[in-house]
Design a binder for this molecule. Structure first.
Ligand code: SAH
Ligand code: SF4
Ligand code: F3S
Length: 512
């Protein structure tokens, strides 16, 4: 679909939606860009081919708009959002803006938002509220809201009703439209809203201002078609779309040539990589097998859905080298009934079997996971199944969350008889177990020598350096600042719950 067709479609979809905004007359906005999100549209999965564009550039007449001005991007949510913010920063710099970390100095503030849980959204609304005062002192300030929350109808309505200090709302599919939209926001009088509910094409060559020089993100695919019943992501990120292998490989080569030491391949469900590429039979295993040959010390990938983790990928990961032995494998629950209600499409048994297969092929593999407690009607027994699975898997660490109903998802319509206090108490019990396991694992590393990529000074003590092992454990040690960005070897002397202390050693004889 080209841009013109998309615009027409968006306008057609919006016709119904405009009527839905009842309480106030928003007609003033319709004259300019007014294309709010539509949940109905976001649920659809079309068969149209995705086009890939290699000809993006900031139009010449927009390349000086930012001269003498500064921008700040505040990012919430996952790595995908972090990486999108790098693209937005790249675009803004191409428009002549300079970046700043000082809120009061900024002429443009973009808030790149996350919709995954209610508390993530509350933080953003808090922040938008604070910016009201800033706008009072500096009426020229342009405030933009983008990212996953912008894709939600209810959020856009709430901003329209309560947060008139916002000048611009755009979504996850039209980041490349930022120059045009920002121009309209700066020079126009009305709030600019352009959200595409239907995913866009792939735009390959957006300018990019990467945050670090050691570690880099590389998108391999966009969107998610899994529709787990609790999750908003398939609606905010659209259908699964894979980048072409040659484009990904070229980007990784470029990062290697530029001195990057670690890359993380990104997607909401990287194991589905390639399924939508119609002309080639090419999956994540094939991609990793090629990236393995590129001269970059470490390659990570996130996030894996257990369902699509195939044997070929395991085979390739077992070759090791720059493919690190850390597998983030979200399980969500240890109980089959709950997994079924979540539509995860695997069982506890098949998950454990998959993990066993991986462990057999990669003996030192470390596992981390994501877990939701308090899914609607979760019983004490069902929760205990999650606890027992965590014990069985001996995860290195886990991200744990209380279930948060997301409007428009199937689970949000489920009756729920579990009081919030009970959910909080379950989360506390789970966290205590996860911490114990992590501390125990860390203790077992004492005396071992580990390969560490030095990331920088420790946040707590600038005299100490900190870095990560191949399995993503945090290691603190004393050493020369010149080793920042290098791979070094550290003998572990002391274990904490969440980190390891050690001393620099010469030897390359590593245990892990
Ligand atoms: N694509 C990834 C997950 C991205 S969201 C995957 O499938 O593994 C990151 C995590 O947030 C999820 O794994 C899940 O544990 C959690 N999460 C997602 N929706 C949630 C909700 N409605 N309430 C609580 N936690 C949620
Ligand atoms: Fe959400 Fe499930 Fe997709 Fe992960 S796989 S992003 S949890 S719908
Ligand atoms: Fe949040 Fe969107 Fe990522 S909802 S977790 S920022 S994909």
């Amino acid at each position: 679909m080209n841009e013109e067709q998309r615009k027409q479609q968006t306008q057609a979809d919006d016709a119904g939606h405009k009527k839905a905004v009842k309480d106030k007359d928003y007609s003033q906005y319709f004259e300019t860009t007014y294309a709010p999100p539509s949940l109905k549209q976001a649920k659809k999965r079309g068969k149209e081919d995705i086009e890939i564009h290699y000809d993006f550039d900031v139009p010449e007449d927009m390349q000086k708009i930012g001269e003498g001005k500064k921008f700040l991007i505040r990012t919430y949510g996952c790595q995908m959002n972090e990486h999108d913010s790098e693209n937005m920063a790249g675009i803004l710099m191409r428009m002549g803006f300079e970046s700043t970390a000082v809120t009061e100095e900024a002429d443009v503030i973009l808030i790149n938002t996350c919709a995954i849980r209610e508390n993530a959204e509350n933080k953003v609304f808090g922040e938008i509220g604070h910016l009201k005062n800033l706008k009072r002192d500096n009426p020229g300030l342009v405030i933009g809201v983008c990212g996953c929350m912008s894709q939600e109808e209810s959020v856009v309505n709430r901003i329209l009703q309560k947060h008139q200090q916002v000048d611009l709302i755009f979504g996850t599919h039209n980041i490349h439209r930022l120059p045009e939209l920002l121009k309209n926001a700066i020079f126009g009088k009305e709030m600019v809203i352009e959200v595409w509910s239907k995913e866009g094409d792939i735009i390959e060559n957006m300018p990019r201002a990467r945050k670090g020089k050691i570690q880099g993100w590389v998108n391999i695919m966009y969107g998610c078609d899994k529709f787990c019943t609790y999750c908003i992501v398939p609606y905010t990120r659209g259908k699964e779309r894979s980048r072409r292998p040659e484009d990904i490989i070229e980007e990784v080569r470029h990062l290697a040539r530029s001195g990057y030491k670690e890359i993380t391949l990104l997607g909401q469900n990287v194991n589905a990589y390639g399924k939508d590429l119609v002309d080639v039979n090419y999956g994540l295993g094939d991609l990793m097998d090629e990236i393995r040959k590129i001269d970059i010390p470490r390659v990570r990938f996130t996030t894996s859905h257990p369902r699509d983790f195939d044997d070929h990928l395991i085979e390739v990961l077992a070759k090791g080298g720059n493919l690190v032995e850390h597998i983030h494998l979200p399980v969500q629950s240890g109980n089959n009934q709950v997994l079924k209600l979540m539509a995860r499409k695997y069982t506890r048994e098949s998950y454990v079997e998959l993990a066993a297969k991986i462990k057999q092929a990669i003996p030192h593999a470390s596992f981390t996971t994501d877990i939701i407690v308090g899914f609607p009607n979760e019983t004490e027994e069902q929760f205990e199944d999650t606890m027992s699975l965590v014990r069985e898997m001996e995860y290195d660490s886990a991200f744990t969350y209380i279930y948060s109903p997301r409007e428009g998802t199937p689970a949000a319509n489920m009756q729920d008889n579990v009081p919030h206090e009970v959910k909080k108490e379950r989360l506390a019990r789970l966290n205590a177990l996860v911490n114990d396991l992590s501390a125990e694992k860390n203790k077992s590393y004492a005396g071992q020598t580990m390969e560490v990529l030095v990331e920088g000074e420790s946040k707590k003590n600038p005299d100490v350096l900190s870095g990560r092992t191949r399995t993503n454990r945090l290691v603190n040690f004393r050493g020369p600042k010149t080793s920042i960005g290098e791979i070094v070897y550290v003998k572990i002397t002391d274990a904490k719950t969440w980190s390891l202390n050690g001393e620099l050693v010469e030897t390359a004889e590593v245990n892990n």
